[in-house]
Design a protein around this ligand. Sequence first.
Ligand code: PLP
Length: 404
Amino acid sequence: MASTFDVARVRASYPALADGHAYLDGAAGTQVPLPVIDAIATAYRTGIGNMGGAFAASDRSDLIVAECRRALADLTGGAPSGVVLGPSMTALTYRISAALARGWAPGDEIVVSRLDHDANIRPWIQAAARAGAVVRWAEADPATGELPASQYAELVGPRTRLVAVTAASNVLGTRPDVAAIARAARAAGALCYVDGVHATPHVPVEVAALGADFYATSAYKWAGPHVAAVVADPALLETLRPDKLVPSSDEVPGRFERGTLPFADLAGVTAAVEHLASLSPGSASGGSRRQRVLASMAAVEDYEMALFARLADGLAALGHVTMYGKAARRAPTAFFTVAGHAPRDVAAHLAARGVNVWNGDNYAYELCTVLGLEPDGAVRAGLVHYNDASDVDRLLTGLAELSA
Ligand SMILES: Cc1ncc(COP(=O)(O)O)c(C=O)c1O
């Protein structure tokens, strides 16, 4: 499968890569390929208006929004009318949590996980505090980075209203058994809110197979602009009454969208989904965009994991580097410390050699606390579809210089 992936062709579509840097910071936001840049520029060049007007530029914005919802549905396997658009996963999670928590009573329970990014923890804890609901914690194993699904049998009960869990850790890469966790939630009558921000760029996504009642994703992590979406069953969204303005749409999903949408960026989101669908044309057997996305992302997963093996093996061979997490199923993201060097200093050393990596907790605050890594966190090198072996080798060479 990896042979169907032509990384040189992929890289050629990213103008930013021409600066010669090894962009291993994709987990914090990827670069943007030409078709996405062009789609955004074309929207502005062509003329767009606000939605629902009597003139052509307004019609174009209506169309952009409808196409964007269709594209996100094709990316995730959801329904276009269940795609809620917003500025970021964090903002959308605050919105949805506030709407859900209106139905919670004192003594109700929610379950959050220590593996998650804070954006899928804190909004729930704060909403629970307002409702008088009890917070229960699923624990990550610090030795392996796994989030055992078996613990949910104990954590979930008749009072559980919501289980929030990540589809992939943004630092350790761990991909928990979300389907099993969602089954436990559903058996207790609870909803499952899945943070798909880190998983979406790396694997084919099928919300139904995950059992996700809500699936959150941010386009800027997969070659798109800074726009996010939560995908849910429209019938579920119908049951929720978020705060909204009187004159704004009360339809689903518009009910959840505050103010004017970023139309040009939404055109870019659609182009980004097309881009993902075209990453490995050889692996797609034609068919619908949904089928092309699934085939292409399967090839992306194979390619990235083969490259990740090179990265993980290389890090393991460096005696002064400690890598965290060794989950059985993971995204291609490495989190490590270097003996005798603060994470920020490692990142600066690599930056001077044209290698972009992140340092810190990357908002995986609870996890980094469990790992004993707060407040400085560690170094994160994440692979995405445009990274190649030379990016990995440059990282390893730069790290080798820091030995003893
Ligand atoms: C796993 C994960 N969840 C949530 C977020 C927050 O996403 P946003 O920046 O869209 O609020 C991030 C961002 O880094 C992330 O990596």
